[in-house]
Design a protein around this ligand. Structure first.
Ligand SMILES: CC(C)(COP(=O)(O)OP(=O)(O)OC[C@H]1O[C@@H](n2cnc3c(N)ncnc32)[C@H](O)[C@@H]1OP(=O)(O)O)[C@@H](O)C(=O)NCCC(=O)NCCS
Length: 147
């Protein structure tokens, strides 16, 4: 089924925050999504037959788009939906005038790293102690891709 993409609304936040809890080891809170919308970041839902299958949040910067969150519901992963959503984000970022997409990912996030490598992101650096982790902090791998 071809997904439909729509801008995330305040009324979606309970559903999104609930999915986030189930899909991430260190989930964003509802307040994090609220703050993203309030800050004017791009935020979209993917839907199939009216049901949310995933979502993404992306920040706009001069010439660049910074991918902050991309999630596909756990039970629907590994069937191409993450790739499709990422391609939609590439189009959105190009429409903003961005020539590069940036993101951070945990070194231990195998699915995230695999998705990004599969779509030509390459590592451009590390941010030390960027993420909270069990018993301390975890570095972030910074990745980028031309658009
Ligand atoms: C990362 C994520 C969005 C990928 O979504 P997805 O729908 O599973 O991705 P796709 O099915 O389009 O996968 C595309 C390719 O990425 C790679 N990949 C994705 N998940 C993988 C995994 N768990 N292990 C190994 N490779 C993986 C594969 O090469 C895959 O192609 P293939 O299935 O033909 O082998 C999804 O796993 C997710 O929501 N994870 C939890 C949230 C998260 O960590 N988001 C990223 C950081 S914010």
């Amino acid at each position: 089924m071809i997904p439909l993409y729509a801008e995330m609304q305040l009324t979606d936040l309970d559903t999104v925050a609930d999915a986030e809890q189930r899909c991430h080891g260190f989930p964003w809170t509802r307040g994090n999504f609220y703050d993203s919308l309030a800050a004017g970041h791009g935020a979209w839902l993917a839907r199939e037959a009216g049901h949310m299958t995933g979502y993404a949040v992306m920040m706009r910067a001069p010439d660049e788009a910074h991918l902050l969150n991309i999630t596909i519901l756990a039970e629907l992963q590994r069937r191409g939906r993450g790739s499709a959503l990422l391609h939609y984000l590439f189009d959105q970022a190009r429409a903003w005038g961005a020539t590069r997409m940036l993101l951070e990912v945990r070194p231990g996030n195998a699915s995230g790293l695999a998705l990004y490598r599969c779509h030509d992101f390459s590592e451009i650096g590390r941010r030390r102690d960027y993420y909270p982790a069990r018993g301390g902090r975890e570095d972030a791998i910074v990745m980028a891709r031309a658009l």
